[in-house]
Design a protein around this ligand. Structure first.
Ligand SMILES: [Mn+2]
Length: 423
């Protein structure tokens, strides 16, 4: 049985990543394709509000795509019983091209015996010495693996015993891992390797639907479905795919897609917002049966309340990692109705950013404190990038901060000038 295709948004998922993955997986299902939405991590409050409003259960979290030893283990390889005879052991080695044989006592793994040990026993039959039993030859293996271990940790040579909670499961080798079925994944709302769920090198990326720059080092083995469009939200593209397929958008899905458009465009205020996003939102609102402005403000307010977040959580809110020109940095963002509370605790936030920067050896950690009402951003940061920021925004950095009126969009107004300034 083939596994279902996973549809996922980026790490530190925002409303677009959660809702577009749910909506795209639903479209695939309606087209008869076995797809399920997953998510890279916890939802923010805005997203939780949207899912709750439209009575949709959040999709399960998947922490990584690594092929696990348990996915590759050959369970048909039976262990020798501790009471087995030397003849049983010889038969086992005749049937299995392995230098070691696993030995179990009532299912519990007790150790291995070596193929070479049987040769010693054969010599004894010639010299007439007393023969050993399997239980006398058992010893601990040099290495064995748990089902939850990463497949990529299996050495290139040799065969290894796999156990689960002390019980013998089977044997595994590097070739078994290479032959294991890879998880098929469709990425929505991201394409940069650093933003994909860990272990994507073990996964088979079969599609990308996105509205960001093409960055990072994503590469695939075969040709894949790719759809990039410069619109304000992935949900706008996904809505278009429903239309293209001639499939009616379910009411709850329309609500989710609408929520994503409102979120990504900050209720059409962001410069990333296009006419198509506005038109799409109006259509979706009609299907979902909500008033765009009223619902939109309610949803943004639910997300804009950061009063119960710790400084560390604020510093890491909606964080994305970027690597370019030999520098690695992160940009987090909080969108609020009023920035004054946050700016009052700027020193505490800078501290949290610096801790995060130092812990991961980032060159810098940025935080956009964006006012939805004023349509502006206070950009604060930790790390030695004052010159880059000055160059990027043609503004003097004062106390690790620049004020950027009219700036709301990370992808359109923050990332490009920083990347240009880094070159
Ligand atoms: Mn998006």
């Amino acid at each position: 049985m083939a596994k279902p295709i996973f549809v996922t948004g980026h790490k530190s998922p925002d409303t677009d990543s959660i809702c577009s993955s749910l909506a795209f997986a639903k479209l695939k299902q309606l087209q008869g394709i076995d797809a399920v939405a997953i998510r890279a991590g916890e939802m923010n409050k805005e997203t939780a509000f949207a899912l709750d409003y439209f009575h949709v259960e959040p999709q399960p979290i998947v922490k990584d795509f690594y092929i696990k030893v348990g996915d590759a283990v050959h369970t048909e390889v039976e262990a020798l019983k501790i009471s087995a005879s030397l003849k049983d052991a010889a038969k086992w080695f005749a049937a299995h091209p392995s230098p070691i044989a696993p030995v179990a006592d009532n299912g519990t793994f007790v150790g291995v015996i070596d193929r070479a040990a049987l040769a010693e026993e054969f010599i004894k039959t010639v010299t007439g010495e007393e023969l050993s039993m399997v239980k006398d030859l058992v010893h601990d293996p040099d290495r064995f693996f748990q089902t939850t271990d990463k497949g990529c940790d299996i050495p290139q040579d040799g065969k290894y015993v796999v156990v689960d909670d002390g019980k013998y499961v089977g044997m595994v080798c590097a070739e078994c891992v290479a032959a294991a079925e890879k998880q098929q994944v469709i990425l929505v709302d991201h394409n940069e390797k650093k933003q994909i769920i860990d272990g994507s090198e073990d996964a088979d990326i079969v599609g990308v639907v996105d509205h960001h720059r093409i960055g990072g080092t994503l590469s695939t083995e075969g040709p894949i479905f790719i759809l990039f469009r410069p619109v304000g939200c992935t949900a706008t593209i996904v809505t278009g795919l429903y239309k293209q397929a001639g499939i009616a958008i379910p009411k709850d899905i329309a609500g989710l897609l609408l929520s994503a458009v409102i979120s990504d465009t900050a209720l059409f205020r962001s410069p990333t917002c296009t006419e198509e996003d506005k038109k799409t939102a109006a259509e979706l609102a009609a299907i979902a049966g909500v008033d765009v402005e009223k619902y939109g403000m309610e949803m943004l307010k639910a997300g804009a309340n950061v009063s119960d977040l710790t400084p560390e959580e604020i510093a890491a809110n909606d964080m994305k990692e970027f690597s370019d020109s030999g520098k690695t940095f992160t940009i987090s963002q909080v969108q609020v109705m009023d920035t004054s509370d946050l700016l009052q605790q700027k020193d505490v936030l800078l501290n949290a950013l610096e801790k995060m920067r130092a812990a991961h050896s980032y060159d810098a950690a940025f935080l956009m404190i964006t006012s939805i009402i004023d349509e502006s951003t206070n950009l604060i940061f930790a790390g030695n990038m004052d010159d880059v920021v000055t160059k990027a925004f043609a503004k003097d950095v004062v106390d690790k901060e620049v004020y950027l009126p009219g700036v709301m969009s990370r992808k359109k107004q923050i990332v490009p000038p920083i990347l240009t300034a880094l070159k």
